[in-house]
Design a protein around this ligand. Structure first.
Ligand code: PLP
Length: 354
């Protein structure tokens, strides 16, 4: 830290993103990206004509993209806000719905950014332990009248919370906002989008980074009652009005409109997830039931980060968190079937050496 840093910035505990190494080519199974390229329609949409418009600012309303998202989810454009990754929209939501006297609650094992944003904005955080089996019990949140944020399926674990349980939370206190982070919902999860017409205290946040193969395009979207979206816009226009660049707007609209490609890619991931889960279980791993594009798995043969380190030496990256409760687990992105076979072969070799 320099001697110029403010007290506020000095106190921050930044989020640690998954490794993005450039020293060598890894089989990258550590940041839940898609192994498939963007839709061919996206490649076409990001044309030279669009590139030649980069001297001009992008549309601050992201009209083309917002309309494509609204059509896909059968909502009004006023119920949609696009952002520079869903991270940006979640951060806007923390600012919009939490503050003095308005706390935020989330599970202890979940997306690591929630506690970072709470600290960034000086919001009181109520961190609620998951049950021993890594499930969420919504009764643990019933007496909390601040904002609640739940990743569903949960990040890190991949475990799904039935939407009927989320509905109980929405019903129990209509004056509390429930943010459902559906970054991984397209891999077989149940979405809360159909509940939007009944609950004006529900905000659903999704991303183009996983199921729509556009992590590098940095695109996410929030869906909710038009008043909630107006609140998010208030934050956005106080921070970065041109938050989505021209190329990502056209890329996102094309990705959203290519339903067939989306279905094909997400189905392939689910099939590979089933194979990976079964194979890891046969090798003695405990694998939590996942509805995401990753599995969360532990093995007595590889405690405390051992598998992460050994695989990395052999050119395969998975994610390991040196944190209480999950120190013996590995979060493994579901890549292509070839990538998963390569990882399994490497694990078999390591087991053979023991
Ligand atoms: C649960 C969850 N929410 C949000 C994000 C952010 O995604 P992005 O900013 O790429 O849209 C991630 C990224 O991995 C995630 O795991």
């Amino acid at each position: 830290m320099s001697r110029f840093i403010s007290c506020e910035a000095g106190r921050l505990e930044p989020y640690t993103p998954g490794e993005q190494p450039v020293d060598m080519q890894y089989v990258k199974l550590n940041t839940n990206e898609s192994p498939f390229p963007p839709s061919p329609k996206v490649v076409k949409a990001v044309s030279q004509a669009e590139l030649l418009k980069l001297n001009l600012y992008s549309d601050p309303t992201c009209g083309q993209l917002t309309r494509a998202i609204a059509r896909r989810y059968e909502l009004k454009p006023e119920q949609v806000l696009a952002g520079n990754g869903s991270d940006e929209l979640l951060s806007f939501a923390f600012r919009a719905f939490c503050g003095k006297g308005k706390s935020v609650a989330f599970p202890d094992v979940s997306y690591g950014f929630y506690k970072v944003w709470a600290a960034f904005y000086g919001i009181e955080a109520n961190v609620v332990p998951l049950k021993a089996d890594f499930t969420i019990d919504v009764d643990d949140y019933m007496d909390d009248h601040g904002t609640i944020v739940l990743a569903n399926p949960n990040a890190l674990t991949g475990v799904e919370l039935p939407t009927a349980q989320i509905q109980r939370l929405l019903e129990a206190d209509r004056d509390r906002v429930v943010i459902v982070d559906e970054a991984y919902v397209d891999f077989g999860g149940e979405s809360c989008v159909p509940l939007l017409c009944r609950y004006d205290n529900l905000l659903v946040v999704q991303t183009f980074s996983k199921s729509r193969n556009l992590a590098g395009g940095r695109l996410g979207f929030a869906l909710g009652d038009s008043d909630l979206i107006a609140d998010l816009n208030r934050v956005k226009y106080s921070f970065n009005p041109y938050n989505v660049n021209r190329l990502s707007i056209v890329a996102g609209a094309a990705a959203m409109e290519d339903e067939a490609y989306f279905q094909k890619c997400t189905a392939a991931i689910q099939k590979t997830r089933t194979w990976t889960t079964k194979t890891l279980e046969e090798l003695g791993f405990t694998v939590l039931p996942s509805r995401a594009n990753f599995v969360f798995a532990a093995s007595k043969s590889f405690p405390n980060g051992e598998l992460y380190r050994k695989l990395k030496e052999n050119g395969i990256l998975v994610r390991w968190f040196d944190e209480d409760r999950i120190r013996d687990f590995y979060r493994i992105t579901i890549g292509s079937s070839e990538q998963m076979e390569q990882m399994v072969e490497e694990i078999k070799k390591l087991l053979g050496e023991m």
